[in-house]
Design a protein around this ligand. Structure first.
Ligand code: SF4
Length: 309
């Protein structure tokens, strides 16, 4: 496991380092303004989503893309001491709207000398036909990762989250992206959901192992102010899992996940701490990560040690 620098799981930083030969940081930008759920009067926002659509820097949306890259690069540079970067189109659904506008944004980002590639966040059910040639061309000329908000492979959990798509659409999207573009595929998953059993966590890992997925990003379901989940929480109808239990579930999942699949994140990070209602342990940026890694070390567990291959 020395390839992971003594980590218990395969961190995405390690993947980037072997792919690019050096440390690479992700610069988050906010350019998309909405998503299919928020755009349609017939749909509801996802139960956990705040008004900013999961943006790290929502107030920067008024700034040009170039300005956002310039100012956010400084934070990433300081934090990671990286000299090369990927631009992460993070908030809302970036494949909604005019593809020509997205193409212009791609060109703007890739014109910067220290930008090695792009990461595009979107929904599994928002990949129109016309996006595939753009993704293919972009992945051929530089690095491209598509991050899909899969969240769960169980339809009852997706309905609880009010995602507005099912597991079949995620599976279809993953296959199509793999077959028609050379993009890396990252998927977001939420743990700490109702009806979450160890059998389901294992089935999720096995499902991912069977798909052309390059990396996963894990989030605990946390409650933000002014979200539908906050209303449920206030009525006592949703109780977030404690860190101990969340760590246990993550470890069950990781032990069954292929060691070839990189991990972007082990727990949610509240972008705006003033918005966090619960659980309070999400406030600590590094603590959940260290806690989970410690638990794995104490028990001698590694990502993939129960992976059947
Ligand atoms: S999580 Fe994404 S798809 Fe869901 S409401 Fe928020 S921005 Fe829209």
């Amino acid at each position: 496991m020395s390839a992971w620098n003594d980590r218990r799981y395969y961190p995405i930083s390690q993947y980037f380092k072997s792919r690019f030969g050096e440390k690479v940081g992700k610069i988050s930008v906010s350019v998309a303004e909405t998503c299919p759920n928020r755009q349609s009067s017939k749909m509801e926002a996802c139960i956990f989503c705040d008004e900013y659509g999961s943006a790290a820097y929502p107030f920067e949306q008024e700034n040009s893309l170039r300005e956002q890259i310039t100012s956010n690069r400084i934070h990433v540079q300081r934090r990671l001491r990286a000299k090369k970067f990927l631009v992460y189109f993070q908030a809302y659904t970036n494949t909604l709207g005019r593809i020509s506008a997205l193409e212009e944004r791609f060109d703007t980002a890739l014109a910067e000398a220290d930008i090695l590639g792009l990461v595009v966040g979107t929904r599994p059910d928002c990949l129109p036909e016309r996006i595939f040639p753009l993704f293919r061309a972009t992945a051929e000329q530089s690095y491209l990762m598509v991050e899909l908000g899969v969240q769960s492979f169980f339809d009852d959990q997706l309905a609880f989250l009010r995602r507005g798509h099912n597991a079949a659409s995620s599976i279809k999207a993953i296959h199509r992206l793999h077959e028609e573009t050379k993009a890396d595929i990252g998927i977001h998953l939420i743990f700490g959901l109702p009806e979450e059993t160890d059998e389901r966590l294992i089935a999720t890992a096995e499902r991912i192992n069977s798909l052309p997925v390059d990396n996963v990003k894990l989030h605990n379901l946390h409650v933000l102010l002014n979200t539908p989940l906050a209303a449920l929480y206030a009525k006592g109808k949703f109780i977030p899992v404690e860190l101990e239990e969340y760590a246990r579930r993550v470890i069950v999942f990781l032990r069954h996940l292929s060691p070839e699949i990189a991990v972007q994140r082990l727990a949610a990070v509240a972008n705006r701490w003033d918005e966090l209602v619960a659980p309070q342990w999400t406030r600590e940026k590094m603590q959940p990560l260290l806690f989970i890694e410690d638990k794995m070390a104490q028990a001698g567990h590694f990502q993939g040690d129960l992976y059947a291959g």
